[in-house]
Design a protein around this ligand. Sequence first.
Ligand code: HEC
Length: 448
Amino acid sequence: MRISRRALLASAAGAILPRSIGAADTADRSRMIVHSPQPEDIEMPLDGFTEWITPVDRFFVRTHTYMPTVKLSEWSLKIDGKVDRAMTITMDDLKRLPRVELVAVLECAGNGRSFYQPRVAGTQWAFGSVGNGRWAGARLRDVLQKAGVQDSAKEILFDGADVPLGKMPDFQRSITRAKALHPDTLLAYEMNGGPLPMEHGFPLRVIAPGWASDSWVKWLQHIEVLDREFDGFWMKSAYRHPTQPVAPGTAVDPAAMVPVTNLNVKSVIASPNDWAKPGIVRVQGAEWSNASPVNKVEVSTDAGKTWRPAKLGGPKTQYGWRLWQLDWRAMQGQYTLMARTTNEAGQTQPLEQAWNPSGYLWNVAQPRTITISNQAPVSDGPAGGPPEQPPAAYKTACFGCHDEHMMEQQRLSRARWDAELNKMIRWGAPLKDEDRESVLNYLSGRFK
Ligand code: HEC
């Protein structure tokens, strides 16, 4: 949604505090990893990879800005652009179209970002910005056909009810005509058998199965059919991925990158996590892919020297994940466990991860160190000394839209913190020139 007066006011950052940090705390977040309470970035812990359908209260949440409150009585969906009949439809109109249900993995393009070296800015997801949901709604194709898509149509642009913070660009994303007309691309009003929850885009969200979640626009209220490639920030600068390997740590021109679309084939070991007792140890987790279903997972308990097939469970669906397990006779010692998935198209997980500047699509067969012993290893406890005092300007400049969760999770060089300050100032952070150095010193000294 384009910038409103309310958002402009909120951008007088510092003057107005975030609407309520932790606005979604009506939901039980105690079993989740909170990267930022507002805008809400919430990760599913490893044990979530033992459930076939991820329950709503365990499903990760990724938001670029504050969650809007949408009332169904005031909501409608506008369809315009290169169509024969521009129209506005209601939820009742949508529900009159055939209802389609499918199971599909929803994964954030940045899932695994925290593992990239050198580190890159952004939400520092580990394993769990992914979940397996059951989605139901109307086909996007049926809605577009009602409006009559013209031959010149190239891309379909989506806009939700979320309002940007400060001068941040509005979150708008487009998908190709082919993906939009695919019979499995839906406009969902249900998740896991209930109405779509607010944090997942109530009342309507795009379901682009097999694609990363940046295309699954939430709180959808406007569809525009374009006869060109959309050139908004979230297509042309963000969510782009290099087509060629790049040297770790290099800056890459967005023009040399393409939009993130398909998910990578991937598996995660849910347990054991870091320790188990000697004996039969059940190694288990989940595996998924893009539009090509997964049909195989192999497990190594010796750092990739040898591999054994694991047993697959869970129904096989085109876009959903499958659970897997392997019972392993484990003796005392330290082991490096790995799991590697292959899909029906023959794509498999790499053993080394290629770096990219935004930390997208992490999918290496990730080595995990496990101690097998009768006693749990003693934790070293948190590292680092007492925090130093931040400069006074820091609070005024940086706490208007989000709190320190955003900064705390980053591990960035001074140059990257400098770039981050530029971005936030562009978005409206009121940081005066004379305070810039002290804020940069604090950030690059503390979160490095
Ligand atoms: C005008 C509102 C606003 C102000 C003021 C602001 N930020 Fe942000 N910042 C955001 C938003 C919105 C996001 C989340 C963007 C997303 O998820 O895509 C964000 C995200 C971040 C991130 C995560 C990395 C990224 O780029 O997404 C860091 C780090 C950060 N801000 C640092 C700061 C610092 C340091 C300051 C003070 C100089 C600051 N912010 C002030 C709006 C603001």
